[in-house]
Design a protein around this ligand. Structure first.
Ligand code: FAD
Length: 501
């Protein structure tokens, strides 16, 4: 089915490619950051500014990962998080979450103003809304919880949408920006301050000893005093993150309207969202939605059509300019993991599990990790501690996600075919076959060429499923993704799928 718009993120399409060198020899620094998205570059920037000689490694070009494909709403209004936090973590920690995210918005604004990073940063009100009568009470409670924590919250039904809502939480003074303009600008400042960035440099192994941490890459090794893992899904996982991070994909359209674009950040509890963006001197709408667990949706094309149909129903659409999709990691208790990767770690830190809110949490990570590494006390440490256990806040999610993963590990959802019969496969289609007892992922391209790879994800051996919209093989267990030539697109997998001749 033909989908509308260029299949590329508007953020990537409207910024230049970076061209940092590839690591070619062994090197040392005070700190090494793996991952050049918002979390990695912001952390590296603050560390370098604090006088810590830092370098960044990215396996591709920087900011082409999730940050290059986000929707970039910069807000502390995260669904109905404050009722959840107040009842499961207590008022003090809920307040810390609020403060951390509000501080992050202020930091992004301050840095972009001071460093003259022209990233289209704009303050706007933010709304979480519902059209369901049965949800009204929950929304009222959220407003009360947020107000008690000192957040700029109010209850309303007056929302800048072309349909009526039953309830909304409104936060004042939130923001939007162009994520790549911000991150690439920050990267330039980091390099100006003496930091180094190495692109196309994949980190593959880590060894921590008493005096240093060594990160192996395909081309050379980096020795440093501290390592920050900001690779989205941790590429080095001695903290069992694979068992407590759940990747979900989501779909985005950049849309020109015939009518005025709402000047607000808007999202409902299904994660259907809108925000404006100024594109070629006119306001356009960035619409998101269609979420599903990575590797579990048999027809991802329908996720784009879901967003498209919704926008067309709610607005008068002139043109769909771009479409793209990406995924984020969710945690069972809805709070990110930012801090030491394991309790006994002296040198390894992690920043992940942003639950769809990584614009602020990328900056929260930078502030917190900079403080931890420089030995400054930061009270957010307990809340974000990756080794915390909060059973009441996590129980429901853990049971559901663990059952899903176990199902996939045992057999996968796709019913395997008995033999490889590619003749009857139409061009541009994919199937998983069983051949000699092994599962084989077969893609027949538009010219009829057959690409066959082992269907076992190189991370933990789950069977990959085909993503029809993005033409990739996606793992339903931990979210690794591979292109139709078996190459890793997204971790935690580090190795490509094995070719089958
Ligand atoms: C559709 C969608 C919309 C979203 N909208 C919003 C929003 O409006 N507001 C908000 O706050 N959040 C939003 N989020 C969440 C937010 O975009 C993410 O949480 C955030 O971008 C993650 O940033 P990151 O730096 O952790 O990861 P990334 O940006 O993915 O950066 C990780 C980097 O690590 C590199 N890497 C990985 N493995 C290795 C390795 N082994 N060696 C070297 N490099 C490696 C990758 O190449 C990548 O560049 C959204 C998420 C989705 C899916």
């Amino acid at each position: 089915m033909e989908l509308p718009g260029e299949n590329e993120s508007l953020w990537i399409a409207t910024t230049n490619q970076t061209n940092y060198p590839t690591l070619s020899k062994d090197i040392s620094a005070d700190a090494v950051v793996v991952g050049g998205g918002i979390a990695g570059i912001s952390t590296a920037y603050l560390l370098q500014e604090a006088g810590i000689k830092t370098l960044v490694l990215d396996m591709r070009r920087i900011c082409l990962g999730v940050t290059g494909n986000t929707t970039a709403k910069v807000t502390s209004l995260h669904d109905l998080i404050y009722t959840h936090l107040t009842s499961h973590f207590g008022k003090e920690q809920a307040k810390m979450y609020a403060e951390a995210n509000e501080t992050a918005i202020g930091f992004i604004e301050k840095i972009s103003k001071e460093k003259k990073i022209n990233c289209d940063f704009r303050r706007l009100p933010s709304f979480t809304f519902t059209t369901e009568e049965k949800e009204v009470e929950k929304f009222k409670k959220e407003v009360e919880a947020a107000k008690t924590l000192g957040l700029p919250a109010s209850f309303t039904t007056d929302v800048p949408l072309p349909f009526k809502v039953k309830a909304a939480v409104r936060f004042e003074n939130q923001a939007i920006f162009h994520p790549r303009k911000f991150v690439l600008g920050l990267a330039k400042e980091f390099v100006k301050n003496g930091g180094q960035i190495f692109e196309n440099t994949k980190a593959t192994e880590v060894a921590e000893n008493k005096t240093s941490v060594v990160v192996k890459t395909e081309k050379g090794k980096v020795t440093a005093k501290q390592l920050v893992i900001a690779s989205h899904f941790p590429f080095f996982d001695r903290g069992f993150y694979f068992a407590r991070l759940y990747p979900y994909r989501s779909y985005v359209l950049a849309v020109e309207l015939k009518e005025k674009v709402p000047q607000a950040i808007l999202i409902n509890l299904k994660q259907d969202s809108y925000r404006p963006h100024s594109y070629e001197q006119k306001d356009i709408l960035i619409a998101g939605g269609g979420d599903h667990k990575t590797g579990e949706e048999p027809d991802t094309t329908s996720c784009y059509t879901y967003v498209q149909d919704r926008v067309k129903k709610e607005f008068s659409v002139k043109n769909i300019l771009y479409r793209w999709s990406t995924q984020d990691n969710y945690t069972p208790d809805k709070v990110p993991y930012i801090g030491k990767d394991i309790p006994t770690s002296k040198r390894v830190f992690v920043a992940t599990g942003f639950n769809g809110w990584g614009m602020t949490h990328g900056m929260v990570s930078a502030i917190l990790l900079k403080d931890m590494i420089t030995g400054k006390k930061n009270e957010w440490e307990t809340l974000y501690n990756p080794s915390r256990i909060n059973i009441t806040a996590s129980a429901k999610t853990v049971v559901k996600e663990a059952t899903d993963t176990a199902k996939e590990l045992i057999g996968g959802k796709i019913k395997p075919r008995k033999e490889i019969d590619t003749k009857n496969m139409p061009n541009n289609s994919a199937k998983v076959f069983t051949y000699n007892g092994k599962k084989v992922a077969v893609y027949k391209d538009s010219k009829g060429n057959v690409h066959a790879y082992s269907a076992e994800c190189t991370h933990m051996g789950c069977i990959v499923n085909f993503n029809t919209a993005e033409k990739s093989w996606d793992c339903p267990c931990h979210g690794s993704r591979f292109n139709t030539d078996g190459k890793v697109l997204h971790g935690p997998a580090l190795e490509d799928l094995k070719k089958i001749e």
